[in-house]
Design a protein around this ligand. Sequence first.
Ligand SMILES: NC(=O)C1=CN([C@@H]2O[C@H](COP(=O)(O)OP(=O)(O)OC[C@H]3O[C@@H](n4cnc5c(N)ncnc54)[C@H](OP(=O)(O)O)[C@@H]3O)[C@@H](O)[C@H]2O)C=CC1
Ligand SMILES: O=C(O)[C@@H]1CCC=N1
Length: 271
Amino acid sequence: MSERIAFIGGGNMASAIIGGLIKQGVLPQNIDVVEPSEEARNQLHSSFGITAQAQASAALAGAGLVVWAVKPQAFKEAALAAAPFTANALHLSVAAGINTDSIAAWLGSERLVRAMPNTPALVGKGISGLFARAGVSAEDQKRVEQVICTTGEFLWLDTEDKLDVVTALSGSGPAYVFYFMEAMTTAGTEMGLEREQAHKLAVATFAGASDLAQTSAESPQQLRQRVTSKGGTTAAAIASMEDNDVRALLIDAMYAARERAKKLGAEFGAA
Ligand SMILES: NC(=O)C1=CN([C@@H]2O[C@H](COP(=O)(O)OP(=O)(O)OC[C@H]3O[C@@H](n4cnc5c(N)ncnc54)[C@H](OP(=O)(O)O)[C@@H]3O)[C@@H](O)[C@H]2O)C=CC1
Ligand SMILES: O=C(O)[C@@H]1CCC=N1
């Protein structure tokens, strides 16, 4: 991968992808970043040795791939500022909600893939949903795969609206897992463990259960039943969750996330 890659926005998600690229041998001098925040530019320099620009300029013209990693609210302004310098590039957007009709209109380009990654990308264990606009060639799709696979797994979607579902599931999903970890750590601490011990147990439990679910031929439901001895402790915990409708609450939370993705698109997308 010797072609230049530009990032518009150099915050959390851009850093996660840049980290993956650098680990795979992409040289920092082949990565351009446009980032208005001085603090974020300093962070990019100390983490990766990248000197980011405060605003879009002709320096972007050499990029074969441009990754759009700005907040949905800032996308249109950023796109209109950078579009004059990125006419020949393949574009990859990771912004939640903003649909490719809007982005293609702002950029004047059909060579556009929309992705929804997640923050485990930081440790190479992310998963991304991808959707390619009709103007994207098989070769361009391969190029996007080469970049995204440095952050973990990926899957292609046949319709763009499914990306809002991916956003609600795996895009926001790490936050749901951390939320459970926080609650389990709090309860463990309240019941007498040291906070560090409770944290270690909570994190290891999620890691172990994930590995088991990934390698086992059994479904999560079957795996859950294997933990649940008749009349035992897990049965008491699951009964408490069912009484409190935790499953329905989680499902509602995902619908809320998908709804927000759609609203972001309606509010900050469109020409
Ligand atoms: N964080 C996550 O888990 C995920 C995020 N995403 C998507 O990634 C995108 C970025 O999110 P995230 O990295 O978390 O956000 P961050 O706020 O960490 O990063 C965005 C950066 O873009 C900068 N920025 C603002 N305006 C412009 C501009 N005109 N040109 C260039 N850069 C600009 C911001 O600067 P300043 O702070 O000064 O405004 C900020 O540093 C979002 O669209 C989000 O939906 C997708 C999947 C997961
Ligand atoms: O919260 C957000 O809007 C972004 C998109 C998915 C994860 N973070």
